[in-house]
Design a protein around this ligand. Structure first.
Ligand code: NDP
Ligand code: 2IT
Length: 449
């Protein structure tokens, strides 16, 4: 691994010592600290005020018991989390993840990333993340509802439109946000729309929030291509995952003239050379919560299903990892490079391993980190909060235009900052430094709190 600036070595060592075994969190911190070398040289005031050390320690970490009763009358038990990481720029903001792999280290890495991502959006939102080790797969609507009600019965006391505003992430979509919002409203006796984002359109939700992360990712890639005098027209694209982010990324790629030839879920992937049929994918994965193998079966002879990982072996011009952390490793990166892939942009949070990022950079592949490329989701959440605060609702067209402008501006900020700090064209350095400086300046101004 390349060396950190000498003033950052003890910061990283302290993170590892204080958070034993939380490897995803260590990885996320390392990736940011690595980029901050030129900042520490140019601005010793941040390290002097222990800003970077303070940023690595969450402001508050909440862990709670979530008991609930399943359809057979048996008591089930899960563990809930909310890590309120940083509120220098605004109320804590970030999604909730329901997945059996969730533990404190996952929530902490996601909350840490969220600080810089939210800063990059230019909106007044701090960073947080939450969730539970609950597995919604195979659970009935009634079970999911009882789980969400129990989860909110504890979490509600920590939330508020000016305090902490959760949204969705893996395993949490409009259905779960509905049950969570219903319970919050019942307990508090307040119709406080701005306490959660990702709400349904008839009860305080905003147009484009559902599509925002995937659309925003593709707008970001469109900017990358534009700066290279290129476009999506005629490009082949591989998208991992087939959840909220992946499905709407696929839709937008197709609108812009690209062809998505493969997508996946945690069991396997489908290759469909004619281009993924969006309506069929939406029906199977989003409406019916089915499997990607069902898509292949229904699509017929044009589509091939392959079980297991390996989607990065499918040759493409552009790769969009949109499933989960560390899903694109050095083996995947090597086959993307070998097959002539030119752009990798992260729809998921931290899907690319550090070794893979290094290989892509060395091969001259444009690489867009999640905290910049997938910021469209949380940015549109902030637009939802804005509409809730003014009891207003905007049209789809207007909101999508706002999202496109935000993604253009994040892209520009990354490039300008990377150039200013001696790494022209490096989106990782640009995103980390631009995100960091705004939060660091706010923390300096707010004093030692
Ligand atoms: P969904 O739950 O809607 O979809 C997740 C997709 O990823 C599914 O296809 C799922 O497959 C697959 N997946 C999940 N875990 C694994 C795993 N361990 N191994 C392989 N595949 C897996 O989640 P989202 O689309 O909302 O989130 C996807 C990613 O995007 C996450 O990293 C999330 O943090 C990030 N993100 C989400 C935002 C949002 O607004 N929703 C905003 C910014 C980032 P299966 O169905 O088999 O589980
Ligand atoms: O990772 C993310 O940015 C999200 N899951 C969305 C967070 C939000 O508050 O909209």
């Amino acid at each position: 691994m390349p060396a950190l600036h000498e003033r950052l070595v003890p910061v990283y060592e302290e993170v590892v010592k204080r958070n034993p075994g939380e490897v995803e969190f260590h990885q996320a911190v390392w990736e940011v600290l690595e980029s901050l070398h030129p900042v520490v040289v140019r601005h010793p005031e941040y390290a002097d005020a222990e800003i970077i050390r303070r940023m690595c320690e969450p402001e508050r970490q909440i862990i709670f018991r979530v008991p609930w009763v399943d359809d057979r009358g048996r008591v089930q038990l899960n563990r809930g989390f909310r890590v309120e990481f940083n509120s220098a720029l605004g109320p804590y903001k970030g999604g909730l993840r329901f997945h059996p792999s969730v533990y404190l280290g996952i929530i902490k890495f996601l909350g840490f990333e969220q600080i810089f991502k939210n800063s990059l959006t230019g909106m007044p939102i701090g960073g947080a993340k939450g969730g539970a080790d609950f597995d919604p797969k195979g659970r009935s609507d009634a079970e999911v509802m009882r789980f969400c009600q129990s989860f909110m019965t504890e979490l509600y006391r920590h939330l508020g439109e000016h305090t902490d505003v959760p949204a969705g992430d893996i395993g949490v979509g409009a259905r779960e946000i509905g049950y969570l919002f219903g319970q919050y409203k019942r307990i508090t006796n307040r119709y406080e729309s701005g306490v959660l984002t990702g709400k349904g359109l008839t009860w305080g939700g905003a147009q484009v929030r559902r599509e925002a992360t995937g659309y925003g990712l593709v707008f970001f890639v469109d900017e990358i291509l534009r700066t290279r005098g290129d476009s999506f027209d005629g490009k082949t694209v591989v998208v991992s995952g087939s959840g909220n982010v992946a499905v709407y990324a696929i839709a937008k790629v197709q609108q812009l003239g690209g062809r998505v030839i493969a997508c996946s879920d945690s069991d396997g992937y489908v290759v469909d050379e004619a281009g993924i049929d969006f309506d069929l994918l939406h029906e199977i994965k989003i409406e019916r919560r089915g499997r990607i193998s069902d898509y292949a079966a229904k699509r017929g002879s044009g589509a091939t299903y392959v079980s297991g990982a390996g989607i990065w072996q499918v040759p493409c011009d552009i790769a969009l990892p949109c499933a989960t952390q560390n899903e694109l490793d050095d083996v995947g990166a090597a086959s993307l490079i070998r097959n002539g892939c030119r752009v990798v942009a992260e729809g998921a949070n931290m899907p690319t391993t550090p070794a893979a990022i290094r290989m892509l950079a060395e091969a001259g592949v444009a690489f867009a980190p999640g905290k910049a490329a997938n910021a469209g989701g949380v940015a549109t959440s902030a637009l939802e909060m804005q509409q809730n605060a003014s009891r207003d609702s905007w049209t789809f067209e207007y909101t999508e235009k706002r999202l496109a402008e935000i993604m253009r501006s994040i892209h520009e900020r990354c490039l300008v900052t990377a150039e200013a700090y001696g790494s022209p064209g490096n989106y990782v350095v640009g995103a980390n430094i631009a995100g960091f400086i705004q939060v660091a300046d706010a923390m300096l101004a707010l004093g030692v709190i």
